[in-house]
Structures are given as structure tokens and as C-alpha cells.
Design a protein around this ligand. Structure first.
Ligand code: GLN
Length: 197
């Protein structure tokens, strides 16, 4: 099972380390032709507007959107979640996404006072013990459309983790806290989808 990590920008090395720790074979993805070798893809945190520009400049945006449509399992964290959203609120002018998740995300949703914070989240699909979540200039999922479902919410009810068929997204960064359960959950999705075989 080979899992790609989109390596245009952002914290792709941290994701690659977690996935390797869990026994996955990891490929860093920078070119369209590399997509044909993978069974799943992680889109890291970083800056979604820059990632979008680079994805288009490298000719990756269209092939990525096509792969998502044809069922490639993809997990996006933070900027990666924004890249997977069908709708973005407060994007920069002209910002585009790969899309696939039936959600609207608001970029930088926590304002200047709490650009970064940590909290414990209840994530029922990952079991009883809470997930320690780090939010860094994070988005929130403002609207969860009928095809997507919320996996976790802040205490004020705002949605910060979603799933839809082959897609998984979190506003926060499990890859930097030693929290492996989201990646494990994603690897189960990758195994179940058996994409590309
Ligand atoms: N604020 C960033 C963006 O808009 C996301 C931050 C992150 O990935 N930690 O893309």
C-alpha cells in the first residue's frame, strides 16, 4: 500500500514520518505522473492559497481533482482540508480548491487573538479517549453539506473534522502531536478502497 503526501509546501515531512511509523510506504508527490503510483494521498497543513498556486503551476490541480472524483482516498489537514473543500469563505482573490468535500470552510476562522490554540476533542469514530488537537491559523467547517458528516466539534458546536466517502479532513494537525489515530483511520480507508487495483 503506497500513500502519497503532497509535497509542494507545508508540513509534508511530519505526515510522511507518521505514515512510515504506521508501516505505510510513502511517496512525496510533486508531479502529476506520480499520482498513478499511489493508493491514497495526504494533503498537509501549510498555506492553502500558496498550495493552490503551486498545484496549478505544476499541472497537479486538475489531475488531483480527477483522482478525487474517481475515488482516491485523500486526507487533508488544515490547509489540506481547505484544498478539499467545495466552498471557501475568506479565500484570497482567485483562490481555487481541488474540492470533493461537500462543505464550506472559513479560512483563519479563529481571528488574531487565538490564531493558535490547543484543546481536547471528542472524536467518537476514534474511540473513547479524546484527541489532543493543535489549531494553527486554522479553518472551521462552517457548513456541512448533506453528503459530508461531522466527526468532531469544538465545545461551541463548530465542526473541525469531517468525512465523506473516500475523503477525510481535519482543521487541526494530528501529525505534530504524536496522535496517530486519524492516520490509522485513514490507512483503513485506503486499504478498504483498494484504489488503483
Ligand atoms: N491559514 C492557512 C490557510 O489558509 C492554514 C494554516 C495551516 O495549515 N496550519 O491555508
Amino acid at each position: 500500500m503506497s500513500v502519497g503526501v503532497l509535497a509542494l509546501q507545508g508540513d509534508f515531512r511530519e505526515h510522511a514520518a507518521v505514515l512510515r511509523n504506521l508501516g505505510a510506504e510513502v511517496e512525496l508527490i510533486r508531479r502529476p505522473e506520480e499520482l498513478s503510483r499511489i493508493n491514497g494521498l495526504v494533503i498537509p497543513g501549510g498555506e492553502s492559497s500558496v498550495m493552490d498556486k503551486l498545484a496549478r503551476a505544476f499541472g497537479l490541480a486538475e489531475p488531483l481533482a480527477g483522482a478525487v472524483r474517481s475515488g482516491l482516498p485523500v486526507y487533508g489537514t488544515c490547509a489540506g482540508l481547505i484544498m478539499l473543500a467545495d466552498r471557501v469563505i475568506d479565500g484570497i482573490t482567485g483562490q481555487q480548491t481541488i474540492g470533493g468535500l461537500d462543505i464550506a470552510v472559513r479560512r483563519n476562522a479563529f481571528g488574531s487573538q487565538t490564531l493558535s490554540f490547543e484543546t481536547d476533542l471528542d472524536v467518537p469514530v476514534l474511540g473513547a479517549s479524546p484527541v489532543h488537537a493543535v489549531f494553527i491559523r486554522a479553518p472551521v467547517v462552517e457548513t456541512v453539506g448533506p453528503r459530508a458528516r461531522a466527526l468532531a466539534r469544538l465545545s461551541d458546536g463548530r465542526c473541525v473534522a469531517v468525512e465523506q466517502d473516500n475523503l477525510l479532513g481535519t482543521s487541526f494537525h494530528p501529525e505534530i502531536t504524536g496522535e496517530f489515530r486519524f492516520h490509522e483511520y485513514f490507512l483503513q480507508k485506503v486499504a478498504a478502497a483498494n484504489f488503483g487495483h
